[in-house]
Design a protein around this ligand. Structure first.
Ligand SMILES: Cc1ncc(COP(=O)(O)O)c(C=O)c1O
Length: 479
């Protein structure tokens, strides 16, 4: 049965109190226990963000001619972004609702540019296997075929193989700074050389890195070149709602010049509602998101962001050193910046079982696959929990080493099984079926807390269901 709205309106305070109460079972990010999804610093910052967002909650950026204040905010956000990305005066762009929108827009832009300038009818794009899922989503949405570049043993794209994938249908190449799964920065300088020589656009996905790597460099860290200083780089996505610490709903997509950005635009001149032009995916564009993003740049300024970057990297270094001091754990690849993942080098120590132990100690840790690992998206706030995290991690490894059967139980069994199901197409179909169930009228019955953690004690989750379906299927087949 659908739950209808109340017949009569309720007191605002009562509604707000109820909203707060709904949070009771959400992850407790304010204590630094969550390692992705949120970029929380403290209550003062949180209040400021809220107020900034609220001050423009009604304004709409749909038509830049209507709310000129919003266009001014957008201009200034893009100008500040182009500056930290070392762009020339020609670099221009659009504020979007998030990293995914920025990535989607780049694919649409380069598909349409190749169509118009080179007559490409069967567009393809070259992605390292570590490209964020947003790029695979863009492939489906915009019918641009993915050509995957495998990784070297150092977890960066194999450039020899990349070269071989380029053909006359290639509309763009992607590099990340850094990529999400392991936090490595792709070799953008070399990728830029290849792209320039072949006359193909190179987009840098700096959704994660855009608002932290520049400040790390200002702090004196040596980083490989990855921004507009690399001549082959034609566009960059950089999120303000990640390491810019803005409210959710703020990213940027910038291009080397307006000749490229033009292909992102949409115009329809015959609509009975009037002539329509739009710079990105959304129709209504939330003023609050712009206001909070602009305000954050003013609130922290360059020095504030340098300090946040310094605190973040101090936390990252503390965590990496702690992990190195635990036997049989190692950081994967050579991550630079705020993200990294780590794995077990001892087959008797299941890293997923270690993850379960960490969950049981109140941490919310994401799991990687191919290779199996645990993931950390570190913020400045995590500096205060480094010692506790490492102490718990050490203890978790010891527990798993002493009880190897834990690898066959709980979340470890689920994740381990999912990573090893050979028929990936079947997994995909089943996930789609079960995921869609949550959108059945009435909201479905599924407990999605298992998307992040399978051992939450709130009943069977999505991943568990997929695994039990798979196990039953295999049993029926007599295997
Ligand atoms: C490298 C990278 N690109 C794109 C995205 C997508 O960003 P969003 O979640 O804001 O859509 C993410 C998200 O984590 C990311 O890590």
């Amino acid at each position: 049965m659908h739950k209808a709205m109340p017949e009569k309106g309720r007191e605002g305070d009562e509604v707000l109190a109820q909203l707060e109460s709904f949070k009771a079972h959400d992850p407790s990010f304010k204590e630094g226990r969550v390692w992705s999804l949120v970029y929380y610093l403290n209550e003062k910052h949180s209040e400021f963000t809220k107020n900034a967002y609220h001050s423009y909650a009604s304004e709409n950026g749909l038509n830049p001619g209507a709310f000129k204040s919003l266009k001014k905010l957008e201009n200034e956000i893009i100008g500040a972004t182009a500056t930290i990305l070392n762009g020339t005066e020609e670099v221009c762009g659009v504020v979007t609702s998030g990293g995914t929108e920025s990535c989607l827009m780049a694919v649409k832009t380069y598909r349409d540019m190749a169509r118009k300038t080179r007559g490409v009818k069967k567009p393809e794009m070259i992605l390292p296997t570590t490209a964020h899922v947003a790029w695979f989503k863009a492939s489906e949405y915009f019918s641009v075929k993915v050509r995957l570049v495998p990784l070297t043993s150092g977890f960066t794209p194999d450039l020899k193989k990349l070269r071989k994938l380029i053909n006359r249908n290639t509309v763009m190449i992607l590099g990340s700074a850094p990529e999400y799964p392991h936090g490595c920065i792709d070799p953008i300088e070399q990728m830029g050389e290849i792209a320039e020589k072949k006359g193909i656009p190179l987009h840098v996905d700096a959704c994660v890195g855009g608002f932290i790597l520049p400040f790390l460099e200002m702090n004196g860290e040596e980083l490989p070149p990855w921004d507009y200083r690399v001549p082959g780089v034609t566009s960059i996505s950089a999120d303000i709602h990640k390491y810019g610490y803005a409210a959710k709903g703020a990213s940027t997509i910038t291009y080397r010049n307006l000749d490229i950005l033009r292909y992102q635009m949409f115009v329809y001149e015959n609509w009975p509602g009037g002539v329509f032009a739009s710079p990105a995916l959304l129709g209504t564009r939330p003023g609050g998101g712009y206001a909070a993003a602009w305000s954050m740049l003013q609130y922290f300024g360059q020095e504030g962001y340098q300090q946040l970057a310094a605190d973040t990297i101090a936390a990252v270094n503390g965590l990496k050193a702690g992990i190195a001091s635990i036997a049989d754990l190692e950081v994967i690849g050579n991550p630079i910046g705020p993200l990294f993942s780590f794995r077990s080098t001892d087959p008797d120590v299941s890293i997923y079982a270690v993850g379960d132990q960490m969950d049981a100690r109140g941490w919310q840790v994401n799991r990687n696959q191919f290779p199996e690992g645990l993931h950390a998206m570190v913020t400045a706030q995590h500096l205060q929990v480094v010692d506790q995290y490492i102490a718990d991690l050490r203890e978790s490894v010891e527990v798993v080493r002493a009880n190897p059967e834990l690898a066959q139980q709980g979340g470890a069994a689920t994740y381990g099984m999912l990573a090893h199901v050979p028929l990936r197409g079947v997994v995909r179909k089943k996930v789609l079926e079960m995921f869609s169930e949550q959108y059945r009228a009435g909201g479905g019955e599924l407990d999605m807390s298992s998307g992040a953690s399978v051992s939450d004690g709130n009943g069977e989750g999505l991943l568990d269901r997929i695994v039990s379906w798979y196990v039953t299927r295999q049993q029926k087949k007599g295997r």
